[in-house]
Design a protein. Structure first.
Length: 280
């Protein structure tokens, strides 16, 4: 990847993290761990890969994105706000009763959200349906979805995977945020979905394993997915839960908890320092 583009994306990812943390802190609730882990993935998709327009969020020819792990909504909201779909200041209203930015994304309220999600397992099913619709309508838009590794313990995920493979949905890219932690512990302890790579492969997917916090590897995987014909692609992205905030990294207790003011200030301090270093 070009060094200049990589720096731009790195800066964007840190800004995402700052903004999503602001939302969670003001809400006094939310899911920071799994939101922080996918910042690079969203930064690449929305800045490089996807055809989307904040001035025309319902463009019928746009690429679609489904956040199947809907509890990571703060990361999606931060991304959409930074791309101009709505004002960044609105992130402060996250989860307030009168806010359109609720704890899970709503396609009826939030510009740029293509599917309402939250019930784990359902997002990938909707994404597969969108991809099939594109095929049936002769459209060339692509569909992207991010799942959690805990989420793929849901049986509906594998029904959708079987469907996507059977229909040859090579316009569908499934990304698994494999940060190895879910609300109750490691995914092995709760209900192990491993081996994830081999399972998607067995379900008929073109399967790629990457470091999900590395822009070079993300770029390579997305390019390979677009070039591959006849099958959907699954990218198993090894990510760090809580990435960018030292005390949240690989810490299961930050799956669904908001920091107090002291810890929020620590997070802001670390992220601001990282941003200044990148912008120097």
């Amino acid at each position: 990847m070009d060094a200049s583009l990589k720096k731009q994306l790195e800066i964007f990812a840190v800004k995402e993290r700052l903004l999503l943390m602001e939302g969670i802190f003001n809400a006094k609730a939310g899911h920071p761990g799994g939101s922080l882990s996918i910042a690079e993935l969203l930064a690449y998709l929305y800045n490089v890969e996807m055809k989307v327009d904040p001035e025309n969020p319902k463009d019928p020819n746009r690429d679609r994105f489904v956040l199947s792990k809907g509890h990571a909504a703060p990361a999606l909201y931060a991304t959409l706000a930074l791309k101009g779909f709505f004002p960044t200041d609105d992130i402060k209203t996250l989860r307030k009763s009168d806010s359109y930015l609720q704890g899970h994304p709503s396609m009826n309220k939030v510009p740029g959200v293509d599917m309402s999600t939250g019930s784990l397992g359902q997002g990938i099913s909707a994404a597969a349906g969108m991809a099939l619709a594109a095929k049936l309508d002769g459209k060339d838009y692509r569909v992207y979805t991010i799942l959690g590794d805990g989420e793929i313990e849901e049986g509906e995920v594998w029904e959708a995977a079987m469907f996507a493979s059977a229909k040859g949905l090579d316009n569908l890219l499934v990304i698994v945020d494999n940060n190895n932690l879910q609300i109750d512990g490691t995914v092995e302890e709760v209900n192990s979905p491993y081996p994830i790579f081999e399972k998607f492969e067995a379900f008929g997917f073109n399967t790629i394993a990457i470091d999900g916090n590395n822009f070079d590897e993300i770029e390579d995987a997305v390019k390979r997915a677009k070039e591959f014909k006849g099958k959907p692609t699954a990218v198993i992205a090894k990510c760090v839960k809580g990435k960018g905030v030292s005390y949240m990294e690989n810490a299961v207790n930050w799956h669904g908890a908001a920091p107090n003011e002291e810890l929020y200030n620590v997070a802001v301090g670390e992220l601001t320092a990282a941003l200044k270093e990148l912008e120097a």
